[in-house]
Design a protein around this ligand. Structure first.
Ligand code: BT5
Length: 274
């Protein structure tokens, strides 16, 4: 299915999602309204589902990282996928990075020039068009004394056919954007979902090697080469973002030292900032 505008024939429903034939959507649930596709997908994953997708037209309790609110009115693509990549647990941080690359490429296929703000934001000209949330579950094998990655639930929100002020969180107009705003027209959510699933499947297939994903990540990053400010454990670190490692960590050069950030929040500073 190619990028296109939505017609009645491609309004989202379970049957149409299944008919995409994605290996990541062997099972599908579609809701007109749900608190959060992420919570529902976590329930399915705990009950044993794998390669299952949950999509909702509206979320009433959409959430971002650390319990933040994710504005999810009608018009966006709000989806969560249960995946189970063959990956040692210490490499689980790659899942967010792989998903960010997949979503950036899907958006670009539709003509939206999205770039990745480390670790999980997709921006167009500094405004957020999409966010990724990855939650992994590890299981412990007492005999082998090892843990393994049992599943990951990837939540993806894309502001598609709506206007930023309707997203319903403070200053949405200033910090967020939508596909409608960037392209000047709406797109088919089914075609967008198809593209995201296709690209996610490709990225997850090469996640153990990760070299090509890392190259794409570096090329698509709008964080590398920028001065950034990070806050972690009450400490503020500022520095030049110089690289992303094969574990998905961001390298900051602070003048005298090199620091690695494995997770957290960063702020892009202007080049002229001290
Ligand atoms: C994220 O969190 O960016 C991850 C968002 C994941 C949302 C998907 S939708 C499907 C699935 N079901 C869910 O319940 N969640 C997932 P974070 O980096 O914490 O960013 C959250 C911040 O982004 C908020 O504090 C707001 O400032 C801003 N924000 C909220 N809604 C937004 C939106 N629709 N577009 C752009 N920015 C938004």
């Amino acid at each position: 299915m190619r990028p296109g505008r939505e017609t009645d024939g491609d309004r989202l429903n379970e049957e149409r999602i299944l008919s995409l034939g994605s290996p990541l959507a062997r099972a599908a649930e579609f809701y007109e309204e749900i608190p959060s596709t992420q919570s529902r997908a976590m329930e399915l994953a705990r009950a044993g589902a794998r390669n299952a997708v949950v999509v909702s037209r509206v979320q009433r309790g959409g959430r971002g990282r650390v319990g933040r609110v994710w504005g999810s009115p009608e018009g966006g693509l709000w989806m969560s996928v249960v995946v189970a990549p063959e990956l040692p647990p210490e490499k689980a941080a790659r899942i967010t990075q792989s998903a960010s690359v997949a979503v950036a490429k899907a958006l670009r296929e539709f003509g939206v020039e999205a770039r990745i703000k480390w670790p999980n934001d997709l921006l167009v000209s500094g405004r957020k068009v999409s966010g990724v949330l990855a939650q992994s579950s590890l299981s412990w094998d007492p005999d082998g004394q090892t843990s393994r990655l049992e599943f990951a639930v990837l939540g993806i929100g894309i502001n598609a056919n709506l206007d930023a002020p309707d997203l319903g969180f403070p200053d949405a107009e200033g910090v967020a954007t939508t596909i409608r705003r960037e392209l000047g027209h709406d797109v088919s959510l089914l075609a967008l979902l198809a593209s995201v699933l296709e690209r996610l499947d490709l990225e997850l297939d090469r996640i153990d090697d990760f070299r090509e994903t890392l190259e794409d990540l570096r090329a698509l990053s709008c964080t590398l080469g920028r001065h950034v400010r990070a806050r972690r454990l009450g400490e503020v670190v500022e520095g030049l973002a110089t690289d992303i490692t094969s574990e998905g960590a961001l390298i900051l050069s602070t003048g005298t030292r090199r620091r690695q950030l494995f997770e957290g929040e960063i702020e892009h500073l202007r080049a002229t900032d001290p």
